[in-house]
Design a binder for this molecule. Sequence first.
Ligand code: MG
Length: 311
Amino acid sequence: MANTVISVANSVLNEMKNYYSASIQSTTPQGGVFLAKINGCTVTAYKSGKVMFQGANGENEAAKWVNSNTLKQTPKRKQTHSSNQAPSTSISSLAVIGSDEVGTGDYFGPMTVVASFVEPSQFELLKELGVKDSKALNDEQICEIAKNILHVVPYSLLVLHNEKYNEMQAKGYNLNKLKAVLHNKAIANLIQKLNGKHYDAILIDQFTPPASYYGYLKGTKEVIRDKVQFATKAEGLHLSVAVSSILARYAFLKQMDLLSEKVGMALPKGAGAKVDQVAAKLMKTKGIEAFKSFAKLHFANTDKAKNIAGI
Ligand code: MG
């Protein structure tokens, strides 16, 4: 019997438990977290993070949970058999729709998601315009580059404003579900905009295993699956993801400027101590109700700011 063993992080172990919840058996082996039987495959997860897949369909089932980058490093696995969701090594030279999100680690301001389409004929121009991994760029550089590429690359931008974000969080949408819904929507919008134009692949900057991604999209009207691939650090794999990351950051910065103007003080980025101080001041001057339209309330900053403000 074929056995496939993978190692996953704790967070993924939890997602797997959710994913297989309907197939989990009442008995769990020693040191085990759960044992599930599904599609002719037995899945046994251990506290150590090791997960064993036994049975005819074990390899396919395991492939749903393997990080795409890890797959790529595995020497010569049968691509057809393991997963069509891991990018092939040549993806960097293809015409690709890439997507990325920004603002999920910032207490103030919205979450922004961009999908953009980049063809090989544009590579040189985009590099000339300064497109690279956004983590290597400061905000000023990002704004400058973004203004230039806005007119060069077809893209779709979604801004999830704080009020709506808080509403969805309260409804039980966790961060990964929000991301999945917005990535899928941005990609669908862009495909419509491309109006039949050919693309080779869709590359999503991976934030959750593919199986979880599609799990979060259950109930969504239009789920894009065809040609979709996932990879962590996808900015380095194709320029379309780098472009999306830059445009999403640019949109986020513009929104932060607007919000800062609205509240009459500069809103800090991130989620550090400075953020707590400004949040406390805002809660006092604007009131908690109005505050919902500036910040992501489920962050720990909310309680810290309330403490500082004495609310
Ligand atoms: Mg990302």
